[in-house]
Write a protein that binds this ligand. Structure first.
Ligand code: ADP
Length: 618
């Protein structure tokens, strides 16, 4: 049998390649450069790990985060693949041991941070080694248009050019916008790479946006319903992380926190607590997560709207990497838009950019924010909205998002529509030209805004007729009028222009209906006695699982093994693999090897003990 299939089955335990993996593996084995654009959880690591095992010498993997390296190396070691990492978190002694192993040709994969590439000691050692392949993970970090620009990524080509023989280069990213893709290819110096861009859809993720009155009261029932899972709650500021994490602890959740303001030590500890399932809820800013390889994240809840759909999809995509159903829920409030604007305006300047480039970046950030707020406002399919943005074809309705499966009511908004549309016309009559949404909003809400007063719009009869409506509500009216075709936006000046349908509403009594989601969550106020109910360890299993004794028993067995070996649960077996064991109930070694996710090393190590547990239930 072809060696690659052999490794795929025996080492990784998979019966087939996933979409996009095989062409990339083949190209790397043939010595070509590759560029893989796949969503988070798409299976990028296998694309370079498998060739690394078949190529002579050691493959270098450039990866942006130290935490990721340790986990990947641990997972590879558990599969029986010789791998190591060198980074600043190691003691001198540990690093020396890795260098010795490297020179002795002990490893097939070496993980390093990009900063390492410029250190003389490292480049010296590496020049004496055979390096068939350099894989660059999170390759979008090389682009200043990307979300996570890392200037040290720009040093990669220089490092490559100083090697005695040019290795194959493999770049991987989940960020799909054409500009970033173009940057990666050009700046890394990929030579006619074999490109694979796989579908961005993640069918196991269920998307939803909720607009609760009080966010915390909505968060609690969402988390209570998911006590048996672990997940991430993203907040946009450090202060919010502190507040939400503390409140959740008082409400009895094993919550931990992560943001850039914490000491390194605490950050590392909290991250490990989450990865090792000692804490089941991670409350974090977006500083947490890039490269966190935890496959059993059951939900990602955004407490605030992120700055862009790219960031949202990347963060939300950390759920359900093992293919199990998972939830991505965004708790939206109009104030989120203000916070996001503030973050764009006060965001740190990038010293590597000229003032013009900086201005361009800010403009792009605003465009991205608009796309993101559009996601929160849409009453169409959430998945379709995301896939549209990434330029991928899709069906109209996915039946696995809050809007597709949601319960809608039609609300009559004829009166509000008349108010908005007549304000648009009256402003036009007064000024002789159309204006943008924000000026109309200010006028409708009776604002003392400088422009409104300077233009004399406070003298119009429609001034202040929507005084009581909050910004979110008025935004919904505009969205409904735009999607319903009553208003259109002039592309160049972003002004709002009424259409023929608008005149029908104003002068011929046409009714305007708007689709609105029925209240999707019951908000429950904080429990009054929560101080007393404080409990650090949550119940490990949901009632549903308790009924399923076998899955429960296997999870417990996995927990004991993971504790004994000091590794995260998923390094032993992922949830998806345990569920397959429950389904297939293997009794022989051959059956056990046929379970997806079981390779020879793990079968040898854990086969008997798992089968003996399964035996008790058959
Ligand atoms: P990415 O780096 O693209 O986010 P990973 O490489 O971490 O994704 O893979 C995500 C999950 O998919 C992992 O749990 C991995 O074990 C699993 N996986 C990878 N390749 C396959 C395959 N061919 N068949 C089944 N599962 C796979």
């Amino acid at each position: 049998m072809d060696r690659k299939y052999d490794l795929l089955h025996k080492i990784f335990g998979w019966s087939s390649f996933r979409e996009g993996q095989e062409p990339l593996v083949d190209a790397l084995l043939a010595g070509r450069d590759v560029f893989g654009v796949m969503p988070t959880g798409g299976g990028k690591s296998l694309c370079y790990q498998l060739p690394a095992m078949l190529l002579p010498g050691v493959t270098l993997v450039v990866s942006p985060l130290i935490s990721l390296m340790k986990d990947q190396v641990m997972a590879l070691t558990a599969l029986g693949v010789p791998a190591a990492y060198i980074n600043s978190s190691q003691t001198g002694e540990e690093a020396r041991r890795v260098y010795t192993g490297l020179r002795a040709g002990e490893y097939k994969l070496l993980y390093i941070a990009p900063e390492r590439l410029t250190l003389e000691g490292f480049t010296e050692t590496v020049r004496g080694l055979r390096i068939p392949l350099v894989a660059v993970d999170e390759a979008h970090c090389i682009s200043q248009w990307g979300q996570d620009f890392r200037p040290s990524y720009l040093k990669i080509p220089d490092f490559i050019s100083r090697l005695p023989r040019r290795p194959s280069l493999a770049a991987f990213t989940a960020t799909a916008t054409p500009e970033v893709r173009e940057d990666v290819e050009r700046l890394l110096g990929l030579r006619s790479p074999v490109q694979v861009v796989t579908g961005f859809d993640r069918p196991n993720l269920r998307f939803d946006v909720l607009k609760p009155h009080k966010k915390y009261d909505a968060l609690l029932p969402l988390l209570r319903a998911r006590r048996d899972k672990s997940g991430i709650v993203y907040c946009s500021t450090r202060r919010e992380v502190e507040r939400v994490c503390e409140a959740l602890r008082l409400d009895g959740f094993a919550a931990t926190r992560y943001h850039a303001g914490l000491e390194d030590d605490e950050r590392r500890r909290n991250q490990e607590d989450f990865i090792y399932d000692r804490s089941t809820v991670m409350v974090a800013t977006n500083a947490f997560g890039m490269g966190i390889d935890k496959s059993n994240v059951g939900f990602v809840i955004h407490y605030n709207m992120p700055k862009s759909l790219e960031a949202y999809y990347q963060e939300a995509g950390r759920a359900g990497r093992d293919g199990s159903p998972a939830d991505c829920i965004l708790l939206f409030s109009p104030g989120d838009i203000m916070t996001a604007r503030h973050l764009i305006e006060t965001g740190s300047e990038n010293p590597d950019l000229s003032p013009e480039e900086q201005a361009q970046v800010t403009m792009r950030d605003y465009k991205r924010l608009e796309v993101m707020s559009g996601y929160c406002a849409t009453s169409g399919c959430y998945r379709a909205y995301i896939l549209d943005y990434f330029g991928q074809a899709h069906t109209d309705s996915c039946s696995n998002c809050g809007n597709c499966s949601g319960d809608f009511v039609e609300v009559d908004m004829t009166r509000e529509a008349q108010m908005v549309l007549s304000c648009v016309l009256r402003v036009h009559d007064k000024l002789g030209y159309y204006v943008g949404q924000s000026l109309i909003t200010h006028t409708l809400r009776g604002s003392r805004d400088k422009r409104v007063l300077a233009l004399g719009l406070d003298g119009l009869s429609t001034y202040g007729i929507l005084r009581g409506a909050d910004q979110g509500k008025t935004r919904e009216y505009f969205d409904a009028l735009l999607t319903g075709g009553y208003l259109r936006k002039d592309e160049t000046h972003a002004t709002l222009i009424p259409t023929e349908s608008a005149r029908e509403v104003l002068f011929r009594g046409k009714r305007v209906l708007r689709r609105q989601k029925r209240a999707a969550v019951k908000e429950t106020p904080r429990s009054p006695s929560r101080g007393a109910a404080r409990r650090e360890i949550p119940e490990p299993f949901s009632p549903g699982e308790r009924e399923n004794g076998l899955l429960e028993a296997l999870k417990l067995l996995r927990l004991n093994i993971a504790r004994e070996e000091g590794v995260p649960l998923y390094v032993v077996f992922s949830n998806a693999t345990l569920m397959e064991m429950v389904r297939l109930k293997p009794r022989t070694m051959a059956d056990f090897l046929a379970v997806p996710g079981v390779g020879t090393v793990k079968a040898k190590r854990y086969g008997e003990i798992f089968m003996s547990e399964i035996g008790k239930f058959v």
